[in-house]
Design a protein around this ligand. Structure first.
Ligand code: MOS
Length: 712
């Protein structure tokens, strides 16, 4: 079997499967496609945050236009996700600014835009709620209870309390959301920029009232997703499908940047409160955490975001007595949703700034405090999960501290305009709890004349899915990397491998593919592909995910094994401040991640660099200005993300500590790198003497913050 042979593809930087097509321009993104007779679609949206629709005035002649509202939905007017609470098109009520109300389509895009500007809607307005603390609608509440909190506090010498705030963040994939819906074979086919073909497939079945085989979803080459194309494509595909259904013609619906920023999901903002009992020597005795996330107007994936958030809320630290209470509530803003990290960046920001504050309060070295409390193999997490041998918290911490020369620099920078901060973090790979078992994902491998073809619904969104899967299959089969093809993510061709989310594509789907390849190799029994196919005609191996034995999870009590494995990371970040403006410039990042095994070191490094850069924006620059429930800075000129010039030098170290149930030992890498930089940067700003506890840490916010000596 591959793993015991000298591996030829795994661990090497083979060329990306789709790399040549991307650099030559041959790759087709959705906006590159046209179909005969195709119309362009537009979405007319609410201009208020809460109220009822009273009247719609079209204001233009209908000829040549396809116009659709909620009454044109053939099936159920919902975006089917966890709950069926979100209408695909508003009926009477609107619950947020930019809520879709009416759809227009026309052959001529200019005429369409002109018509759009003539539509007027009368509303009866209601008082919106924007403050999650004042919301009376809770989507989900989760409680994690470990040990005896009162006893933990009784054992403490000191109690450190704190409140931490995180803002919204826009995913800002290069390619905006877009789809084309084509009426075909009495059903509908949707081509689109998306992460999860089978999520869209289900949503369309429910919306159109069609059977499985009448709906087909095909992913087109996708220019980034970051979670922003996890659930939202179900909405936009629904809109295009309604217009295509009514007009009997293909309909293209591609957002421009402003519409994408105003209307689609963002990272949940939140307030996280910590109360920690600690002994004088720095041992954590009690941890009490309250997490409040703002879900926006509809549920989307908020309960799952909250779930990952609360499970990661302690940070990678052991403590016998823990209580975590989490809530995600409704407000009258566009729904928040999936974004790389999925709740964990929010809660670990709070955990790591709080850890720094504990060190400040006790007057002890912050590295020693972390060393003392960091998870070791055999420790249990807040849910009672016993950690395995692949627990590398101490290893990444020590490596990052020594590589960055953290201690010496901290001393040297004191009293200067330079600061240095650190954050230790972890990230569970795959769906939470029993999620992977419930998903029962499938993957297939097909024997070809020249090698093998991978059939999975996992999507390539820039992260390297096709390449990494092909490496795993090539080495397991013992064939060259180039002999492995990857089929398009087309629900008419590939089985449901689950969504491309949650850092599961390598560890979970890659593992199923490894098992497919093992079985194919056994079945071939040394025969060549050509001989086998001549003899038997064809060979397709399909496998379903089965979790490692002995994993246990109780969704009622939130006890058990939350994830098959965790990745471990530590970031050290150096910053420089402008003494006049308090503009903070990060100058150097030392990122150390333990990810089990790097299947493709360059791609893995790219994930760490990209996640780090995205988190630098989260920490310092990216401020969604919400005015009256509407994003007021929905343009790249005033929603600032880091450019090359804002991105510091990133020194990446990948450590490997194989996870026995991952393919070739691999765990996930996609999300973890976004967890650490924000707290590391804020801790660096704290080392400059300012008590910052919220992000983005803009100069305005830093100037408002008390100095550390005052707030101690
Ligand atoms: Mo996601 S945030 O695509 O798990």
């Amino acid at each position: 079997m591959g793993a015991t042979e000298k591996s030829r593809a795994v661990g090497r930087n083979v060329p990306r499967k789709e790399g040549l097509d991307k650099v030559t321009g041959a790759a087709k993104y959705v906006d590159d496609l046209t179909f005969p007779g195709m119309l362009h679609g537009r979405t007319i949206r609410s201009t208020i945050a809460a109220g009822e629709i009273e009247n719609i005035h079209l204001g233009f002649a209908r000829k040549g236009f396809t116009i659709a509202d909620c009454r044109d939905v053939p099936g159920r007017n919902v975006v089917a996700l966890i709950e069926l609470d979100q209408p695909c098109l508003a009926e009477r009520r609107v619950r947020h600014f930019a809520e879709p109300i009416l759809l227009l389509a026309h052959e001529d895009r200019e005429r369409l835009l002109e018509a759009e500007s003539l539509v007027a809607i009368d509303y009866r307005e209601e008082t919106p709620i924007y403050d999650p603390e004042k919301s009376d609608h809770c989507f989900k509440e989760i409680r994690i209870e470990k040990g005896d909190l009162a006893r933990g506090f009784a054992e403490a010498d000191v109690v450190v309390e704190g409140e931490y705030r995180v803002g919204l963040q826009e995913q800002l994939y290069i390619e905006p959301n877009g789809v084309i819906a084509v009426p075909e074979n009495g059903g509908i086919t949707v081509y689109g920029s998306l992460q999860c073909p089978y999520y869209v497939h289900r949503a369309l079945r429910v919306l159109l009232g069609l059977s499985d085989d009448k709906v087909r979803v095909v992913q087109t080459e996708t220019g980034g997703g970051f979670g922003g194309k996890e659930e939202y494509p179900s909405m936009i595909a629904g809109h295009a499908a309604i217009l295509a259904w009514k007009s009997r013609r293909p309909v293209k619906l591609v957002y421009d940047r402003v519409e994408d920023m105003v209307a689609t999901t963002k990272r949940h903002p939140g307030v996280i409160r910590h109360s920690t009992g600690v002994t004088r020597d720095g041992t954590l005795t009690a941890i009490k955490i309250d997490v409040l996330l703002d879900g926006g107007a509809y549920m989307t994936l908020s309960p799952v975001v909250l779930s990952r958030g609360v499970i990661h809320a302690t940070g990678p630290y052991r403590c016998d007595h823990v209580r975590i209470q989490g809530r995600v509530v409704a407000t009258n803003t566009p729904p928040n949703g999936a974004f790389r990290g999925f709740g964990a960046p929010q809660t670990q920001f709070a955990a790591e700034v709080h850890m720094e504050r504990i060190a400040e309060t006790l007057g002890i070295d912050s590295v020693r405090l972390r060393e003392k409390n960091a998870f070791r193999p055999g420790d249990t997490t807040s849910t009672g999960q016993k950690l395995g041998r692949d627990t590398s918290a101490l290893r990444v911490l020590r490596e990052a501290v020594s590589r960055s020369d953290f201690r010496a620099k901290r001393r040297a920078y004191r009293g200067t305009n330079r600061g240095i901060g650190l954050a230790l973090f972890f990230h569970g790979s795959g769906f939470t709890g029993g999620g992977e078992v419930k998903l029962a994902s499938k993957a297939s491998l097909e024997l070809t004349e020249t090698g093998a073809r991978i059939l999975v619904a996992s999507t390539e969104i820039g992260q390297g899915t096709r390449t990494m899967h092909a490496q795993i299959v090539a080495d397991t089969l013992g064939i060259p990397y180039d002999a492995v093809e990857v089929a398009a993510a087309d629900t008419a061709r590939v089985p449901d491998s689950g969504p491309t989310v949650a850092s599961r594509t390598c560890m979970v789907v890659g593992k199923i593919l490894e098992r497919c390849a093992q079985e194919m190799r056994r079945e071939l029994g040394g025969r060549s592909a050509q001989d086998y196919l001549a003899e038997r005609g064809s060979l397709v191996v399909t496998k379903e995910y089965s979790g490692p034995d002995g994993l246990y999870w109780d969704d009622e009590t939130y006890r058990g094994d939350a994830y098959g494995a965790f990745g471990w990371g530590c970031d050290v970040i150096e910053v420089e401040r402008d003494p006049e403006t308090w503009q903070i410039r990060p100058t150097r990042v030392t990122a150390v991640c333990e990810i089990g095994k790097a299947i493709h070191p360059v791609l893995a490094r790219g994930q760490i660099e990209g996640g780090t850069a995205q988190a630098v924006g989260y920490a310092l620059l990216e401020e969604v200005a919400m005015r009256d429930g509407r994003m007021a800075n929905a343009q790249l000129t005033n929603y600032l993300v880091p450019t090359t010039l804002d991105t510091p030098e990133i020194d990446v170290t990948i450590l490997e500590n194989p996870y026995e149930h991952g393919p070739f030992g691999a765990k996930g890498v996609g999300e973890m790198p976004i967890d650490g930089p924000a707290p590391a940067i804020v801790n660096a700003i704290r080392s400059l003497g300012v008590d910052v506890r919220s992000i983005p840490a803009t100069p305005e916010r830093i100037l408002e913050a008390p100095s550390l000596s005052a707030s101690r």
